[in-house]
Design a binder for this molecule. Structure first.
Ligand code: NAI
Ligand SMILES: NCC(=O)COP(=O)(O)O
Length: 341
């Protein structure tokens, strides 16, 4: 049953967790999260990928299951895994073509299960983007892929990084820095802001979200002396949103808007490019930061970090962000049920 038809949060099916690149730390942090399922109050979940990638880094119980229903039964006693492909020889830290194909397929299957309502949502472990691009993945990231599969345009799917101290949204995402100024348009800023407002209401239960918008240039442009994007694009977008009743401030100088007192004045910061948004959140909340996609009909979260190939297989990966992603997925699913009621 699609999540939108579920009225009792107690009846949520398990979450589908795509294992990401088999040679990255995804399998390890998923296994560690399962170990902490009771201590951290995690929702039921099952892995989607190659069970061999779990067994390559973990000696705990893994049980291959044929359906989410079976996974829900198995979850208390073993980590359920829906086997979607075989990744060939798995060497933690050494990504391979077969591994990238498995990551791609796991993502595809997990999204499909969430779309039909067999899974309550998806939590995606990290993929190697370069490796995925090498096996025919044509989207910049998982965000845009999931959006497309859900019939949502990339413009209306918002990547939000959320942690205990801060929520940020990059307006432009995976593009070269040199391409950012021309990619910034009034329409794009408006679309991201409107999806963010709705997403904060629907997934976080914030009735009247407050947004703060960063400038692009140093000191937010100094009234045009250091660049015109604030005058030509960012300010007109903010003014039109404010005219529609959105609680929004900016453009603010980006270097001064992330200190503790400033963060108290808004619920989410809209930033003009990837690193402007992700550096502050990863500095503040690296071990419990979550990437949540807003604007989708399904719940999708992910840990904020990448594959960490350099430490894969050393049992030193911190599962904190994966645990936070699982918890946030469950909270978002419950908030959506309450919002729809
Ligand atoms: N959501 C996703 O699928 C994401 C995928 N990536 C991909 O990950 C790959 C590596 O990217 P990097 O920029 O190196 O970022 P990264 O997040 O993988 O690693 C950055 C640093 O943090 C450490 N680290 C990351 N997660 C950790 C954890 N859970 N516990 C302990 N240490 C941890 C790493 O060892 C490294 O020192 C790239 O191929 C990139 O495309 C990057 C970000 C997000
Ligand atoms: N840096 C964030 C990131 O790469 C996440 O991308 P996505 O694959 O979740 O779209």
């Amino acid at each position: 049953m699609p999540l939108s038809n579920i009225t009792d949060p107690g009846t949520l099916p398990p979450f589908a967790v795509s294992l990401g690149d088999p040679a990255g730390i995804g399998p390890e942090i998923v296994a560690k999260a399962w170990v902490m399922r009771e201590a951290r109050g995690l929702p039921a979940f099952f892995a989607v990928g190659d069970a061999a990638s779990l067994r390559a880094v973990w000696l705990g119980p893994v049980e291959i299951v044929g359906s989410p229903e079976e996974a829900a039964q198995v979850f208390p006693d073993a980590l359920p895994c829906l086997q979607v492909a075989e990744a060939g020889e798995i060497v933690p830290g050494s990504p391979s073509i077969d591994g990238a194909r498995t990551a791609f397929q796991s993502l595809e299957v997990a999204v499909g299960l969430a779309r039909t309502g067999s899974a309550a949502g998806i939590v995606t472990a990290p993929v190697g983007k370069e490796q995925l691009y090498g096996v025919g993945f044509t989207h910049p990231g998982q965000t845009e892929f999931v959006a497309e599969r859900c019939g949502v345009s990339a413009q209306n799917a918002v990547m939000m990084l959320a942690g205990p101290s801060l929520k940020v949204v990059p307006i432009t995402i995976h593009i070269a820095l040199a391409d950012v100024p021309s990619a910034l348009t009034i329409d794009l800023i408006r679309a991201r802001a409107l999806t963010t407002v709705k997403g904060l209401q629907r997934n976080f239960g914030i009735a009247r979200p407050r947004l703060a918008v960063a400038g692009l240039n140093p000191h937010a442009g100094e009234n045009g002396a250091l660049g015109r994007e604030e005058i030509d694009v960012i300010r007109p977008a903010i003014e039109s949103l404010r005219a529609e009743g959105i609680d929004i401030i900016g453009p603010l100088a980006a270097d001064g808007m992330f200190h503790a007192r400033a963060r108290e004045t808004y619920d989410a910061a809209l930033c003009m490019y990837h690193d402007q948004a992700l550096i502050p959140i990863k500095t503040l909340n690296f071990d419990d930061g979550v990437n949540i996609t807003l604007g989708l009909p399904i719940v999708r979260t992910s840990p904020d970090h990448g594959t960490a190939f350099g430490i894969a297989g050393t049992d030193s990966a911190n599962p904190g962000a994966m645990i936070a992603a699982l918890r946030m997925a469950a909270e978002a699913a419950r908030a959506r049920i309450a919002y729809a009621a």
